[in-house]
Structures are given as structure tokens and as C-alpha cells.
Design a protein around this ligand. Structure first.
Ligand SMILES: Nc1nc2c(ncn2[C@@H]2O[C@H](COP(=O)(O)OP(=O)(O)OP(=O)(O)O)[C@@H](O)[C@H]2O)c(=O)[nH]1
Ligand SMILES: [Mg+2]
Ligand SMILES: [Zn+2]
Length: 308
């Protein structure tokens, strides 16, 4: 038996994995049967970004994955709405970058906040990119200003871009340089278009927005890791519809909102959920206008979705 090689999973199709082992060297690998990872109930034991050991076998030089290195972190979503099992989207990330847009398609703040809460829970720095700026009219621009103000003061890096008009593309490149970045966002917001602008060699497929419902078709089917010519890599994911709140307790949620985290020490009760408890510092801040109303509403919606 040959000695195991190690590499990074750059693509997963469910049963086959492409493992990159050194520059320009890739192997098709399968998972050794009956592979289980303790502590995680997931539909996919190996995810893009995983560092694995594999043994080459047979004349066709395919590999058998025999070991998965401990993950620095990982990001998940629920496999289905009702299921307890989760799907690991990617692992070993330096940051998670959410590409959103206020039009065609519009990304809700509810979606953004779920993304941020998930990133907070896994201690992955989050960056918010608002793309398609060329399409924003004055009303939409003022909505954008509100979002920028709220998210920047919560401590998140924000960037406004237009892939179409090459607006802030250098800034976008700087964000990605020398880091492993997960790129998330609804189908059609311009993930592939933005990556193509910073690294033309990748030549990712860009989709057409379907005119019928302005929702965008899925043009990227599997999560995939791409090396960037200027250093670092990005993980392009299929349009993510929903981040489930995996493994969350009601009491934990407030910790994942920096604005709530800052105020909660002043609530009368240590176990305050900031709904209608007397002496709640968060509610007081909402009432006097110093806490962003949409962030609070999204907090309540998420709290409501957690069943314990
Ligand atoms: N006007 C305008 N159109 C854009 C911009 N960025 C992307 N588009 C267009 O929006 C459509 C969708 O862009 P994609 O890059 O394919 O979107 P995606 O996020 O990769 O979508 P999926 O792969 O389906 O998840 C394409 O027709 C792009 O040309 C932009 O900044 N402005
Ligand atoms: Mg795409
Ligand atoms: Zn409170």
C-alpha cells in the first residue's frame, strides 16, 4: 500500500471529490466506505475546503480518502427545512463574503442577518458586498445608505460594487487577496460576474436573469474552490436559499448580534431574551430609536424560528 498523500478538497459532487495536492495536481477521490465524523450529523461527510489524506489505487490513479484533518471552522445549512441533519457548505474559511443586491434580485435584510448570525456562530469574519449599484435609483440608494450605516456600526466590513461598470473592483480584489473566502448569495446577485472581474482567467459562467420572475436561474451547481491568480482562493457556492440556524439555543441568539451583545449586560435579568421582559436594555434602545428597528425585527423572527 502506498503512503497517503494530502490535499485540499476543491470540489465535491456528492460521491466524487476533486482533491488538489500541490500546484496543478488534482486527483479524483472517493470516500472510504462507512466514513463517519463524530459530533456532526451531516449529509456530506467531506466538504470543499477540507484537508484530507488519500491513498492512490488502481491504474486510473484515483484516490481513496482515509482521513479528514480537523476543521478550523465550517459553515452549514440545514439539509431540508424539517431535518435535523445539516449540510456542510465549506470548511477552513478565513472569511465569508455575502454578495447581495437591493434589486434584481433583492436580498432581504432577514437573509443578510441570518448569514451574519451563522458566521458569528462559527467565528468566521463576515464581509457584506452590495452589488449591481448601477441599477439603484435614488430611493434604492437611500435604502442602501441605511443598510451601510447599520452594518458598519455593527462592525461589519461593507463594500458597494458594480460588476457591470467595474465599480470598486480593486477594493473587492483586496478583500479576497491571500485569503480563503466563501462567496455566498442568492442566485443572480453577481457572484460569478464579480469573480470574473477580479480574475479573468477563471471565466466562470454568468447567468441570465429570467425575465418571467426576476429570480435568476441556478447556473452554479456545486460548491467549488477556485485558486486566485493574485493569491488566495474563493469558494463559489450555488445560490443559497436559506441558512438554517443549526444548533442554536434561544439564549445564544442575542450573542450573535454585536449590537445586542453590547447592551445585554444592562438588562435586568441575566437570561433576558429581549422580547418583553421588564428592564430590558435592548427594548429600551429600540424604543428610543438608538437600535436599528429592522435588525431587532429580524432578531425576533429568528428567535421565533428556534424551537426548543
Ligand atoms: N446591471 C448589472 N448586472 C450584473 C451585475 N453583476 C452581475 N450582473 C448580471 O446579473 C446576472 C447574474 O450574474 P451571475 O454572476 O451569474 O450571478 P451568480 O450570483 O453567480 O448566480 P448563480 O451562479 O446562479 O448563483 C448576469 O446576467 C450578470 O451579467 C452588476 O453589477 N450590474
Ligand atoms: Mg454563479
Ligand atoms: Zn434584554
Amino acid at each position: 500500500m502506498s503512503t497517503p498523500k494530502s490535499g485540499i478538497v476543491v470540489r465535491s459532487t456528492g460521491s466524487w471529490y476533486i482533491v488538489k495536492s500541490g500546484p496543478g495536481t488534482q486527483y479524483h477521490c472517493k470516500l472510504k466506505g462507512s466514513f463517519k465524523i463524530k459530533g456532526i450529523r451531516s449529509t456530506n461527510p467531506v466538504a470543499v475546503g477540507d484537508k484530507v489524506d488519500f491513498i492512490l489505487s488502481g491504474a486510473d490513479e484515483t484516490g481513496l480518502i482515509v482521513h479528514i484533518h480537523n476543521r478550523k471552522n465550517y459553515i452549514v445549512r440545514k439539509a431540508t427545512k424539517l431535518s435535523k441533519a445539516s449540510h456542510i457548505i465549506a470548511s477552513n474559511l478565513d472569511q465569508a463574503v455575502l454578495i447581495s443586491s437591493l434589486v434584481k434580485p433583492r436580498t432581504s435584510t432577514g437573509f443578510i442577518d441570518r448569514f451574519l448570525v451563522t458566521a458569528e456562530a462559527y467565528h468566521i469574519p463576515a464581509v457584506l458586498v452590495f452589488n449591481k449599484y448601477d441599477l439603484y435609483n435614488d430611493e434604492v440608494k437611500s435604502q442602501l445608505e441605511t443598510r451601510l450605516k447599520v452594518y458598519a456600526s455593527a462592525g461589519y466590513s461593507c463594500l458597494v460594487t458594480s460588476a457591470k461598470e467595474n465599480f470598486h473592483i480593486d477594493e473587492f480584489k483586496k478583500i479576497l487577496e491571500s485569503k480563503v473566502s466563501l462567496l455566498a448569495g442568492h442566485s443572480g446577485v453577481g457572484k460569478s460576474a464579480l469573480i470574473n472581474r477580479v480574475d479573468a482567467s477563471l471565466n466562470l459562467k454568468e447567468g441570465e436573469i429570467s425575465r418571467a420572475h426576476l429570480k435568476g436561474k441556478h447556473t452554479t451547481t456545486f460548491a467549488e474552490m477556485f485558486p486566485l491568480t493574485f493569491g488566495g482562493s474563493i469558494i463559489d457556492t450555488p445560490g443559497i436559499k436559506e441558512f438554517g440556524l443549526v444548533d442554536f439555543e434561544k439564549a445564544e441568539l442575542g450573542q450573535r448580534f454585536p449590537e445586542i451583545r453590547q447592551l445585554m449586560g444592562r438588562c435586568r435579568f441575566a437570561n433576558c431574551l429581549h422580547v418583553n421582559e421588564p428592564g430590558c436594555a435592548v427594548r429600551k434602545a429600540v424604543e428610543n430609536g438608538s437600535f436599528p428597528p429592522f435588525r431587532y425585527q429580524n432578531y425576533l423572527n429568528m428567535l421565533n424560528d428556534i424551537h426548543d
